[in-house]
Design a protein around this ligand. Structure first.
Ligand code: M6R
Length: 606
């Protein structure tokens, strides 16, 4: 939920840390802080709120001068956002930054208080800092290893010891952390984004591996102080991918990246015109043998799963259960070793999704992850991982990650359907080609930009609105509604169009906006009847319709026509105007589009 960074080298450490934190601000922006070793002492500067507040403080008070340091950007979990609760936190001889949650911090705090420690903040992290200090005996690795034995929960720590001013230490469990290896300089960070301008080489740390990072060396040890040899990884992300690239917001940039990332994600998995997941380690022979398929995820990723349910059931005739991860993990689900669990996650770190995965593994189910972040916790714990190639998604509101999740799920559905003998090779090849062609269709939908901006202008004063559709269009409506509410702060709900008259239609009053989706020819007529019902009660209807759907003029106030495509894949085309409507509404309202209030990009606590 937070971002951590660290640097050892010859550059101005304060500048490197602040610049690096800027790239991680999407992980939380409740506060920011750095600690740098200056003349042998650890100097800490921190501030509540955005990184700009910290920058202003550094400008005013002067930045610490040094070459070794750690930094943090926070999404508050324990203790309200405040200067005092901001990281770094310190014991007498130790200063740390932390991403994660120490579950037993209360009992540890009581113990440490009895040992004479006092606390400034309400955070679990300060307890960890003082625990490291308590066990410190002149041997950094030994004392870290000892403290880890007492800690329960999740963590990625950057740690500095006053008596060892030439180095930092790092260790992780369940929270992400990478160690960047440069020339005459080395780094730590929650992901590779901040370090790729300096180096593309990095190590992934496994649970409780302790990294010792100096200017000219990175050494990794286990908790018994045995050195560990690790394979160096290479980050092939484009340096510019983490920047806005000329767009006003990351969200808009990421919307426009969709054609490219859909191609990048699908192409490596299409061989001789057929789906091919062998390279992902998926046991394709087994695919048609599952009793049930569970798709479990949170938020937008769960909505991608909803599209999956409709498509896999329709094409492969296997029952698919889609579940919200936080519900699945506590409802004692009926999952067995005859079932397949698919977890979908952009970050690969979402706590509830990770817990659901572990539960399914315990039940003996096979597991597949559809994950964007390479080496993330979910990616490492599933039996096989299908990486989406969306690149870094910075905007909190997910767009391109959703699109590639849906794309992969479609391809997967085709694979299962073919293996189950439900579609012929010829049909499979046709659908596969059409799916790959969605990249061009998405590109065509960008021409709807002005219409979407106009629609947004009509939503500005709404207090509440509805998204409606049937079948795949309903699955997509869920995502459209979430996108709008999370960045525009206008209340909205998605409803299966046929369900309205069982209660919800009473909400319709004069001028209330209803965004309706009709792309499936077998359902369009019924959806249009539902639209007429809301229109008759005063609703202002914006209709997003497939190219060939016949729409009477009295069924809408505004019509957004999608470009022509294979009907099955319309959710991918229709997602774009949904994203753009949400985007322009947020812009027109003057909201912080990329960092909506109360939200963080990566939700690593339940
Ligand atoms: O990283 P994940 O895909 O596991 O995240 C799950 C949700 O938190 C995420 O999809 C969230 O709903 C979106 N950021 C909303 O746009």
């Amino acid at each position: 939920m937070c971002g951590i960074v660290g640097y050892v080298g010859r550059r101005d450490c304060s500048d490197v840390l602040v610049e690096s934190l800027r790239k991680l601000e999407y992980r939380g922006y409740d506060s920011a802080g750095i600690a740098v070793i200056e003349n042998g002492e650890i100097v800490t500067k921190k501030s509540k709120g955005r990184l700009d507040n910290l920058q202003a403080k550094l400008d005013e008070e002067g930045k610490p001068n040094g070459h070794v340091g750690i930094g943090h950007t926070r999404w508050a979990t324990h203790g309200e956002p405040s200067d005092i609760n901001s990281h770094p936190h310190s014991g007498k001889r130790v200063t740390i930054v932390h991403n994660g949650i120490i579950e037993n911090y209360k009992e540890l705090k009581e113990f440490l208080m009895k040992e004479g420690y006092s606390f400034l903040s309400e955070t679990d992290t300060e307890v960890a800092a003082k625990l490291f200090d308590f066990y410190y005996n002149g041997d950094p690795i030994g004392s870290i290893a000892r403290a880890l034995k007492d800690l329960r929960g999740s963590y990625a720590f950057g740690i500095m010891f006053r008596e060892f001013p030439d180095r930092i230490y790092a260790v992780r469990k369940e929270s992400p952390l990478v160690v960047g290896v440069g020339e005459g300089e080395n780094f730590i960070a929650s992901d590779v984004t901040p370090m790729i301008q300096y180096t593309r080489n990095y190590y992934l740390l496994e649970t409780n591996e302790i990294a010792e990072i100096k200017e000219d060396s990175v050494k990794i040890f286990d908790v018994h102080k045995n050195p560990i040899e690790k394979e160096l990884q290479f980050a092939d992300w484009d340096v510019n991918a983490a920047e806005k690239g000329g767009y006003e917001h990351f969200m808009l940039k990421e919307v426009h990246e969709q054609p490219e990332v859909v191609k990048a994600t699908l192409s490596p998995r299409i061989k001789d015109g057929m789906p091919d997941f062998a390279g992902d380690g998926v046991d394709v022979e087994k695919l048609s043998s599952y009793r049930k398929i569970f798709i479990v995820a949170c938020g937008t990723a769960m909505h991608a799963g909803m599209v999956g349910k409709y498509v896999i059931e329709k094409m492969a005739r296997v029952p698919v259960i889609v579940d919200i991860a936080s519900e699945f993990r506590y409802r004692d689900p009926l999952i067995t070793d005859e079932d397949l669990l698919i977890v979908v996650s952009q970050s690969g770190e979402t706590a509830d999704t990770l817990a659901a995965l572990r539960l399914a593994r315990e039940a003996g189910a096979d597991t597949i992850g559809i994950v964007n972040v390479v080496g993330s916790s979910i990616a490492r714990e599933v039996d096989s991982v299908i990486y989406t190639h969306a690149g870094p998604e910075i905007s909190v509101a997910s767009t391109k990650a959703y699109m590639v999740q849906v794309a992969v799920i479609y391809l997967f559905a085709l694979e299962v359907a073919y293996r189950a003998g439900k579609i012929s090779e010829e049909e499979c090849k046709k659908y596969t080609a059409d799916l790959l062609g969605m990249s061009d269709v998405i590109e065509e939908t960008f021409a709807l930009k002005d219409e979407c901006a106009y629609t947004a202008s009509r939503l500005l004063n709404a207090e509440s609105l509805l998204y409606i559709g049937r079948g795949l269009d309903y699955a997509l409506s869920m995502e459209g509604s979430l996108k709008l509410k999370e960045i525009s702060y206008i209340h909205s709900e998605s409803y299966a169009a046929g369900e309205l008259k069982h209660g919800t239609i009473s909400l319709i009053s004069d001028g209330m906006p209803v965004i309706a989706v009709a792309t499936q020819s077998n359902l369009a007529e019924k959806t249009i009847s539902n639209i007429k019902e809301v229109k008759a009660r005063g609703a202002m209807v914006i209709l997003i319709a497939g190219a060939d759907i016949e729409v009477p003029e009295d069924a809408y106030d505004e019509l957004i026509r999608l470009p022509k495509t294979e009907e099955l894949f319309y959710p991918m085309a229709a997602a774009v105007p949904m994203q753009l409507i949400a985007y322009y509404t947020s812009v027109l309202k003057g909201n912080d589009v990329d960092k909506p209030r109360n939200l963080a990009k990566s939700v690593t606590v339940e």
